[in-house]
Design a protein around this ligand. Sequence first.
Ligand code: AMP
Length: 277
Amino acid sequence: MIVVKTRVELQEKLSRVADDCVVGFVPTMGALHNGHCSLIDFAVKESDYTVASIFVNPTQFNDANDLENYPRTIESDLELLKQHGCDLVYIPNVDDVYYNERSFFVDLNGLDKVMEGEFRPGHFDGVVDVVSRLFDIVKPDKAFFGEKDFQQLSIIRYMSRDLNVDVVGCPTVRENDGLAMSSRNMLLEKSYRDEASVIYKSLNWAKDNYKGFAVSELKEEIGKRISETGKFIVEYINVVESDTLISIDEWTDNNVNCCVAVYAGKVRLIDNIKLNY
Ligand code: AMP
């Protein structure tokens, strides 16, 4: 596995890859876990040459403490990437990515205004900026993103319509008790970690039972279940059309997801489930 720190080195290595090779790309912020590894596995399976990046992107953090406390485990990250068959890893510093003025602006058709966009102002501007920069540097044919970050996946799909990158969504990988894997889980105090499976259990309950409830009642019931432990503060629970991310008040035949954000102490966790598909 080749490790490079600059885009110049990266492009030099990629110039040696045959033109007809399908380049698959997995952007990450490091602190890798099995969720990230599954994206690498998909990339290795569905492309000829797999590139990963590890870059904690400052522009997508709207909270300086969150950025400072974000876990960094570079040695074990590299070991995992190697084990899973990644060919090349790009570990840039901020200047290497933000070397020029932003050139990519896209109207996200409101996808960035709800849920994470509402509670983390500016977050998706940062995500779109960094992903478009990384796409521009790596020039992948395919890019792999997790369904765990459901809204992010929708936004990246939308922004990539004209970019000639095939965006592939990969299923959420979970801990044995159902908690969605996340780099932030390692920041959870034990008492929160012990109870955190209630988030997925409540979403799963919703998937099994949504037909018996009005949308607003369902959201209320999920909130009750998550809050019952006395440990978690719910930031939002939304039921949205999967394509448009528009909140629904009445059930529809269109695909819908239920998305939640929850504070476990100072750690913010998100998760979602497909309800009717
Ligand atoms: P991050 O390092 O948190 O920016 O995540 C990098 C990529 O890994 C994103 O596409 C995430 O959606 C994806 N990812 C994070 N956690 C999981 C998970 N538990 N299952 C599947 N993909 C994940």
